[in-house]
Design a protein around this ligand. Structure first.
Ligand SMILES: [Zn+2]
Ligand SMILES: [Zn+2]
Length: 142
């Protein structure tokens, strides 16, 4: 995504394009492996040492609230961030905590009767297990 598109996206969602906000957004677009806030801060800070931890965290929160990025909560570990535009599901590895994308498909939602007055925005899936690196290798049979 080019600079102009990032600026337009931010502004279309009511966010001023500050240099720090821009760095957070472009770092996330270049790193689809779901970095943590600490990793994002480290990268943004090494490019521009004036950016503070608090600013980075506030920018992440603003971007999540504006719907430009997603926060993927992983129990017991730091939240991960994702700027991928298309809808997708997530796979979370029990062992290493890796968060990977799974191609989107429509998940049957909960029964209407169990929702009461709740309004569903979306229904996404988190698949848990062992990632390719952590899964036990199949022993060859010969
Ligand atoms: Zn793993
Ligand atoms: Zn993702």
């Amino acid at each position: 995504m080019d600079t102009q598109t990032i600026i337009q996206r931010l502004e279309a969602n009511g966010l001023r394009c500050t240099p720090q906000r821009f760095s957070v957004m472009s770092f996330l677009l270049e790193h689809p492996e779901h970095p943590t806030a600490a990793e994002i801060f480290e990268a943004v800070n090494s490019a521009d040492p004036r950016s503070s931890r608090a600013t980075t965290y506030n920018n992440l929160r603003d971007l999540v609230e504006a719907g430009l990025i997603r926060e993927v909560a992983v129990e017991g570990r730091a939240a991960r961030y994702d700027a991928k535009g298309e809808q997708h599901h997530h796979f979370i590895c029990d062992r290493c905590g890796n968060v990977e994308d799974i191609e989107w498909y429509t998940v049957p939602g909960p029964q209407k009767s169990s929702l009461g007055k709740r309004v569903v925005r979306e229904c996404e899936l988190i698949v848990r297990g062992l990632c390719t690196a952590c899964a036990p290798r199949k022993r060859s049979t010969n």
